[in-house]
Ligand binder design. Structure first.
Ligand code: NAD
Length: 290
């Protein structure tokens, strides 16, 4: 039987609807809308599109945008100053520095300078450490969205064999912690994994995040598995995922398409993180008597 195709756009729309309600409540509570600052350095067209989509989604949810577009020639010091100003701005709840940054900039130093309480990308060592320890904090949007997609088809990771292909700080590693936190038995594969097919065939939940077009073939899928394809590879055949979708959907129980699967969730979860950050900051200010 062919797999259920998971509609990431529909799941993302329902998350965005939920966020809109929460933003309304929060705006009353705070006396201002939650604020999201974006920093887009230079004029990379792909980055400009991503940031524009994030602005549109934030605006639609009632979140206030703080839009910063410094020139590509900005110095490390000037960019650090900008991030520090945003750290100090009380109306800004979330800060997102769009990557990649120009080569004169030390991207890690910039990301690490973001106040942990405003780290809506979840990429600072503080956020990564909290997640690895299983403590509450801000979680990167893509892996968080993947967890929503898995639960959208009624799959509970508890006790299941989960396999992740890819160990990046953006997807594989944080997803490992999330699936482990949801009590799955998790294996992480990477470029040095010896027999990828054999490991993938164990997976009741299989997440492909390697950035290799059609790396995961139909024969690597366990019958009935939930398959989440994170890959976005631009090829001569257009945008393709890391999974051979046509073959995989004949074996899997549920599968995400590319495009229309994980992608739409990433922006929706950024909005969720902005609301979470605003709430946590508000709570912290209330308890510190500010
Ligand atoms: P990355 O390049 O940082 O990491 C890729 C990982 O895959 C590495 O850990 C590497 O060891 C592993 N890998 C590479 N080739 C492999 C192979 N042949 N076998 C096993 N493992 C292999 O990539 P990333 O930032 O994690 O992104 C992965 C993919 O997901 C990319 O296509 C990216 O565009 C996409 N992505 C999509 C979204 C979205 O919102 N849709 C968000 C983030 C990333």
């Amino acid at each position: 039987m062919a797999a259920t195709v998971i509609d990431g756009k529909a799941v993302a729309a329902s998350v965005r609807e939920r966020v809109r309600g929460e933003v309304e409540e929060l705006t009353d509570e705070l006396g201002r809308p939650p604020g999201l600052a974006t920093v887009l350095v230079g004029d990379d067209p792909a980055s400009a599109i991503y940031v524009r989509r994030k602005h549109e989604a934030a605006e639609e949810a009632g979140i206030r945008n703080f839009d910063h577009k410094p020139a590509g020639s900005i110095s490390q010091e000037e960019l650090l100053d900008l991030v520090n100003d945003l750290n100090d701005n009380d109306e800004v709840d979330g800060i997102l520095v769009q990557l990649p940054l120009p080569e004169q900039i030390d991207a890690d130093a910039i990301v690490n300078s973001i106040d942990g309480a405003k780290d809506v990308d979840g990429l600072t060592p503080v956020s990564a450490g909290l997640l690895a320890r299983g403590e509450p904090g801000l979680v990167p949007a893509t892996p968080q969205g993947i967890m929503e997609l898995i639960s959208s088809v009624g799959v509970d990771p508890e006790g299941k064999e989960a396999v992740i292909v890819g160990r990046s700080n953006l997807v594989g590693r944080p997803l490992f912690s999330l699936l482990l936190g949801a009590n799955a038995t998790v294996t992480v594969c990477h470029s040095r994994t010896r027999d990828l097919g054999e490991v993938c065939r164990r997976a009741e939940i299989l997440v492909a995040a390697a950035g290799q077009p059609k790396l995961v073939t139909g024969d690597m899928i366990r019958p009935g598995a939930t398959v989440i394809d994170v890959g976005t590879n631009r090829t001569d055949d257009g945008l393709v995922g890391d999974v051979d979708f046509d073959a995989a959907k004949e074996v899997a129980g549920a599968i995400t398409p590319v495009p229309g699967g994980v992608g739409p969730m990433t922006i929706a979860m950024l909005l969720v993180n902005t609301v979470t950050a605003a709430r946590l900051r508000h709570k912290a200010a209330a308890t510190s008597g500010r």
